[in-house]
Design a protein around this ligand. Structure first.
Ligand SMILES: Cc1cc2nc3c(=O)[nH]c(=O)nc-3n(C[C@H](O)[C@H](O)[C@H](O)COP(=O)(O)OP(=O)(O)OC[C@H]3O[C@@H](n4cnc5c(N)ncnc54)[C@H](O)[C@@H]3O)c2cc1C
Length: 811
């Protein structure tokens, strides 16, 4: 065994083998994989090993497409051919129109990644899968790339090629401890001796938290028992003369694929079971849980009803093994929060299909700092702080029970709620609030018109349309109050705080006390990494001179890592998170100044407190920090309140607001209004796949201000010229909003992708943002949006169609 290496990957299942292989593909050969047993001794060996191309966003589709291309290459490799049945096809079934509409949306989204899904009616489903009945079936989504792979051969194949490129694999070697040194390198302790490494990767499957504990980390990953059985031969399969397509059934929660001339059927029963919550026996390796088919009787019946031939044959083999889940169903692939030089590729619940792609994106992140796609949907830092073992288990159970039921827009399932609340949450509930969930935070979505108001889940505009319109109208004409909880907020102190931020932000950094600015952070490739509001507060009895750095609600761990990674040892800069201590109350509308003036002492006139000002004050007797900024486009104030005083500030504002028609509004109204202003959302419109020029943010870039992170790369990108441009579209339908990921087409060719969309109630238009090809990013260009399978006209319009000169918000 080596005594030193660049990267140690811990775990020799598909996650570890794929990471090792791709590290070598990205050019790093001094890399090592350590496996406590033989390769594929964890979940991988007994996997049903179906490989599908279906994903619910473009990153997932892209990484699965990579898996399939890689697996085909490995299948065709003369030196180590891997058994891979590619192209059997697969059907995701549906028995509701809403599910069918969802499939049409996913087909639109996948088009942009060069992937074709077909939406089939029930008869066509049965024609392609002759074993199924069409009872209670509307149709399905066909994915022609689906197939299955030999999991052990796959891992051996990846390890074979990695070894050939210089990597080493140490089998029968257990990692027993991890020690990090002051220079952020690691000593990996094993039962065969120690190995020093720059970087460690946790790829330990269901043992993820054993290795997590070695570095003082708890990962939000829980294991569930999961069963499938394999039937005896079914004569109709042999007679068909072709391999049966895969099936995924959200109606009765099972899947199937062909295994020899029988079927393999796997179940997601409602009466499901977590596994290993209180520790896992060290001897559990190449092992299974006891069979328990009684538990799956509820879903078994559905499978038999769909495929009556099952009743004619016996069961040859049952497999019950642990499978890992996370808080939101997607794995955790990327940097481990607050632990430098450490990464994970964990929580894979479809690791055989996805593992090729996840290892690819992880290796890119390790070697280049970023992957070719924006990886936020799998970033381990997307949950902050609330993801303890009990909450993780609750979400894992819920997700398992809904395995094939995708989330509809605005759908938030009940398990693990409310995870994060403020003192106002029960108050808002009593006011009739419906809540959305943002990184665990319960945030007011809108105020329900009646207690039993339950809008229809789906992809069209729903019953909330008029509710949101009315909230927007009151903000536009009077004044509204909205609790925007969970926003990330760092207090940055120290003499070098502005010099430091100048290094981090690509534009001017506002430095004057009492002033606020907006800045963008780029990665080393010159792409958009983050967005921050910078507010400068002078020294006061509340603290020393400081910057308040505000950013999106889920960005706390992400931004903290990025900032602290770039602190130099001699920087006089201290960064403290206030995210969980303070909550924002947004006061917006033409009468916002009147309300503020009547409950907060001081001169709030336009002259004394103009747009982009910040000041400490009291609302009633609650200490607050007020920013004159607006996301709605109306005159507005962000009032930041310590949580202990939040209710007091709220009462004072409500009381003062009575004379001015103050009403509550929620996140849905905010979303509608920000679309009309052309303001952008982090990780919807602001992603690492585009630079600030492509994103239309040139006014926030100052290339001549001196060095900043990403500057050289950005200069090179500018010289090469952009390929896409973010534009605002007016969509010619009042039936449905444009959904993120949907394809924009011209002459049947995909020319762009929607990043967000919502109805603009003040201008009466259906609005969307989209990255489109440069040559058509011209005002007036007429395109088409593939909106859940229907083509609707989409015209490029000028950005910020509501009050384009920003006169209202300047007050
Ligand atoms: C019944 C069943 C059916 C499934 N069907 C499918 C399917 O059809 N398609 C699909 O895509 N996915 C499927 N999955 C999921 C898929 O199998 C998993 O997502 C995947 O195998 C996980 O791989 P992994 O590498 O993350 O974990 P594992 O395969 O568990 O690998 C982790 C490895 O880490 C090693 N390790 C742990 N601790 C240490 C240590 N301290 N030191 C050294 N090594 C250590 C373990 O020995 C193990 O080999 C199924 C899962 C189950 C249970």
């Amino acid at each position: 065994m080596k005594s030193r290496t660049k990267v140690v990957v811990i775990g020799g299942g598909i996650a570890g083998c794929s990471t090792l292989y791709h590290l070598t593909q990205e050019g790093w050969s001094d890399v090592v994989l350590i496996e406590r047993d033989e390769l594929t001794s964890g979940t991988t060996w007994h996997s049903a090993a179906q490989v599908t191309n279906f994903g619910m966003n473009q990153t997932m589709v892209g990484l699965k497409t990579h898996s399939i291309a890689l697996y085909k290459k490995l299948r065709d490799d003369p030196d180590y051919p891997v058994g891979y049945n590619h192209g059997d096809g697969g059907i995701r079934l549906a028995n509701t129109e809403a599910q069918m509409q969802g499939y049409r949306h996913f087909a639109s989204m996948a088009r942009g990644m060069g992937v074709t899904y077909e939406v089939l009616d029930a008869d066509e489903c049965a024609r392609r899968h002759p074993l199924i009945s069409t009872d209670n079936l509307l149709g399905g989504l066909w994915d022609g790339e689906d197939g299955d792979i030999d999991p052990a051969q796959l891992c051996q194949g990846l390890a074979f090629h990695a070894r050939r490129a210089g990597a080493e694999v140490y089998r029968q070697t257990s990692v027993t401890g991890l020690r990090q040194h002051s220079d952020d390198t690691w000593t990996v302790e094993t039962d065969k001796g120690n190995i020093d490494a720059d970087i460690v990767v946790n790829a330990c499957g269901y043992r993820v938290n054993e290795v997590g504990a070695m570095m003082g980390v708890h990962h939000p990953v829980a294991s569930m028992e999961h069963q499938y059985f394999v039937t005896e031969d079914i004569p109709a399969i042999a007679e068909a003369g072709y391999r049966m397509p895969l099936l995924r059934c959200p109606i009765s929660d099972y899947y199937s694929r062909q295994e020899k001339n029988g079927l393999l059927i796997g179940f997601y029963e409602q009466d499901c079971k977590t596994w290993g919550m209180d520790g896992i026996s060290p001897s559990f390796s190449n092992d299974l849980c006891p069979d328990d088919l009684d538990r799956v009787m509820d879903v078994l019946e559905g499978a038999f009803a769909r495929m009556p031939a099952l009743a004619e044959v016996g069961i040859k083999r049952v497999v019950n093994g642990p499978i890992t889940y996370t808080i939101d169903g997607a794995p955790l692939v990327g940097p481990i929060p607050n632990k430098r030089n450490s990464f994970c590729i964990i929580g894979l619940r479809a690791g055989l299909g996805e593992g090729g792609g996840h290892g690819w994106l992880l290796a890119q992140q390790i070697v280049h700092g970023e992957a070719c796609y924006d990886t936020w949907c799998i970033d381990p830092r997307r949950f902050t702080g609330h993801t303890n073992v009990e909450l993780t288990a609750l979400k894992a159970i819920e997700d398992y029970q809904n395995e094939f039921r995708f989330h509809f827009p605005h759908e938030h399932r009940p398990a693990g709620r409310p995870a994060k609340t403020t003192p106002l949450t029960p108050v808002m509930a009593a006011e009739g609030a419906e809540f959305t969930v943002v990184n665990g935070w319960e945030r007011v979505d809108y105020i329900k018109p009646a207690p039993d108001f339950h809008p229809t889940l789906g992809f069209n505009f729903d019953e909330t349309f008029d509710v949101v319109a009315s909230e927007v109208k009151n903000v536009q004409h009077n004044v509204g109050l909205c609790e925007m909880n969970g926003f990330n907020r760092f207090e940055i102190t120290g003499a070098d705080r502005h010099a430091f931020l100048d290094r981090m932000i690509c534009g001017n950094v506002t430095k004057r006390d009492g002033r606020v600015g907006l800045g963008y952070l780029l990665n080393n490739h010159g792409m958009i990494k983050g967005e921050a509001t910078i507010a400068n507060l002078p020294a006061s009895d509340r603290g020393p001179a400081r910057v308040w750095y505000g950013s999106a609600a889920a960005s706390e761990f992400h931004d903290m890592d990025w900032l602290t990674d770039h602190l130099k040892s001699d920087d006089d800069v201290q960064i403290k998170s206030l995210t969980n201590d303070q909550t924002i109350l947004v006061l917006a509308g033409p009468k916002a100044r009147d309300v503020l003036s009547s409950c907060a002492r001081g001169d709030w006139s336009q002259k004394a407190f103009p747009w982009l000002s910040v000041r400490e004050a009291f609302v009633g007797f609650a200490p607050v920090t007020v920013l004159a900024v607006s996301f709605s486009g109306e005159l507005a104030y962000e009032i930041h309140v310590p949580n202990a005083s939040l209710y007091a500030a709220y009462l004072a504002l409500r009381d003062a607001g009575k004379a001015y028609g103050l009403r509550l509004f929620g996140a849905r109204a905010v979303e509608a209004m920000r679309m009309e202003k052309g303001f952008l959302h982090w990780k919807a419109d602001l992603i690492t796949e585009f630079d600030p020029f492509e994103t239309g943010l040139e006014r926030f870039v100052k290339l001549d201000k001196g060095d900043f992170i990403g500057r050289d790369a950005l200069i090179a990108r500018r010289a090469a010229g952009p390929t896409k441009r973010l534009v605002t579209l007016e969509v010619a339908t009042a039936n449905a909003p444009a959904h993120g990921g949907a394809s924009v087409v011209m002459n049947d060719k995909v020319v762009g992708t929607i990043t967000s969309g919502e109805w603009g109630h003040r201008i009466g238009k259906n609005l969307a943002n989209a990255f489109v090809d440069l040559d058509i990013a011209q005002t007036g260009a007429t395109l088409e949006l593939d909106l859940c399978g229907k083509l609707v006209r989409a015209t490029v319009i000028k950005p910020s169609p509501y009050d384009p000169d920003h006169a209202l918000m300047r007050g």
